[in-house]
Design a protein around this ligand. Structure first.
Ligand SMILES: NC(=O)c1ccc[n+]([C@@H]2O[C@H](COP(=O)([O-])OP(=O)(O)OC[C@H]3O[C@@H](n4cnc5c(N)ncnc54)[C@H](O)[C@@H]3O)[C@@H](O)[C@H]2O)c1
Length: 380
């Protein structure tokens, strides 16, 4: 049977624009998709950059205004890989035009924006998904399977960190291309919505909803030159964010993210401890989980290092031969392949907008707690 077409319009040709474009090509080559992705147009504000992206990745046209992209009737799916301040308007306009919408994380700059985006896609009844790609790293997916199978038993603890060091220099400007993450008007928040959002999405996927949080944040460098105005202006983002959490299932957690941990570039680590077993994972060694099972014979008991590259591990039968590693980019390929599969199965691709709203409710609660000094409800 002939495959249907999935005609894609991508917004943003930066870091994520590249990972998504790669995924659109690779997914159909490695997964048995029922739809053929067609790269119809890429949109960015700079025509020359958009043309360069289109030429490199095989998009057949470009747009420099996202509204024009949404008006086109030769596009089925709008994919948002632009900064956080434009997610809300683009997603709502795309949904109202009846397009499917995939959106980068965080869904909105805050939960109020995300709520409106959820309402728009649900009212329009269009397929939607948010690119929390770490769920699709096979080692993380395996952890989910082991937890869901009850191997860990009752969960007591969860801890996650996401550490970087790229904003330590005090002469680093804020705002504009490449530096919009330092401007809260564009980003919504600092590391809370950027890095902790990933940790929270994975945590809630593995361990269920978060009930309450108590957080603290710090902005270490108080003023920076703004690239767009040339003026020195207050820094409005959180440079570091730490919080404690209580999950609905009674377990306790700690989360930490910073861009001031000298030596760390993108160290995302997590650990979950249950009554029978524990799992830990480290993005720098992403094909591996460490697993401790108390049921093992006592003399042989210890942390097992499981290289998640065998044919019966999640997604791995689609790639090379057992034992060979895959990388960061494959998580996006998996996520796009799962999204396309959801179009025929009619099961929503996860995480959808509503799932991502739950993450934004937690990040809002962390920021609220950092101000109030109190524990805050993460469900509303
Ligand atoms: N899933 C992940 O692991 C991950 C990693 C990095 C970034 N992100 C998210 O992806 C999004 C983009 O981040 P990035 O690192 O690719 O940023 P980037 O700065 O590398 O690229 C942003 C792109 O958006 C374009 N853009 C900005 N404003 C626009 C507008 N009004 N109309 C059209 N295009 C516009 C820019 O020209 C650029 O091409 C953000 O929401 C970010 O939080 C997710």
């Amino acid at each position: 049977m002939a495959r249907k077409k999935l005609r894609i319009g991508l917004i943003g040709y930066g870091f994520m624009g590249r990972t998504h474009s790669n995924a659109f090509h690779q997914a159909g080559r490695f997964f048995d998709l029922k739809y053929t992705p067609e790269l119809i147009a890429v949109c960015g504000r700079d025509q020359a950059n958009a043309e360069a992206h289109a030429a490199n990745w095989g998009f057949s046209s470009i747009e420099t205004d996202w509204r024009k992209l949404i008006e086109r009737d030769d596009i089925d799916l709008i994919d948002i890989a632009a900064p956080n301040n434009v997610h809300h308007d683009i997603a709502i306009a795309a949904a109202e035009a009846g397009k499917m919408v995939m959106c980068e994380k965080p869904l909105g700059r805050n939960a109020a924006e995300s709520q409106a985006m959820v309402a728009a896609v649900e009212k329009a009844g269009v397929a939607n998904m948010v690119w929390y790609n770490y769920r699709r790293i096979p080692a993380i997916t395996l952890a989910k399977q082991l937890i869901d199978a009850g191997k860990l038993g009752r969960i007591y603890h969860y801890r996650a960190k996401f550490l970087q060091d790229w904003t330590i220099a005090d002469d680093l400007p804020q705002g504009g291309p490449g530096l919009w993450r330092l401007d809260a008007d564009v980003a919504g928040s600092g590391v809370t919505g950027d890095l902790l959002a990933h940790c929270i999405d994975t945590a809630m996927w593995l361990n269920g909803p978060i009930d309450t949080v108590s957080g603290t944040t710090e902005t270490f460098i108080k003023e920076r030159m703004h690239s767009l105005t040339g003026n020195v202006a207050p820094v409005t983002i959180d440079d570091a964010s730490l919080f404690m959490a209580r999950f609905d299932n009674g377990s306790l957690a700690t989360f930490e993210a910073t861009r001031y941990a000298r030596g760390h570039k993108a160290l995302y680590t997590l650990e979950i401890n249950g009554e029978h077993a524990s799992i830990s994972w480290d993005l720098h060694d992403l094909n591996r989980i460490e697993y401790f099972d108390h049921a093992d014979e006592s003399q042989m008991r210890g942390w097992r290092s499981i290289h998640v590259t065998d044919g019966d591990h999640p997604y791995m039968d689609k790639w090379w031969v057992p034992g060979l590693s895959i990388g960061y980019e494959h998580s996006f390929v998996h996520q796009f392949a799962d999204f396309v599969a959801s179009l025929s199965s009619k099961q929503p691709a996860m995480p959808n907008f509503r799932d991502a709203l739950a993450t934004d409710l937690v990040t809002d609660a962390v920021l609220k707690s950092a101000k109030s000094g109190k524990w805050e409800n993460a469900h509303k």
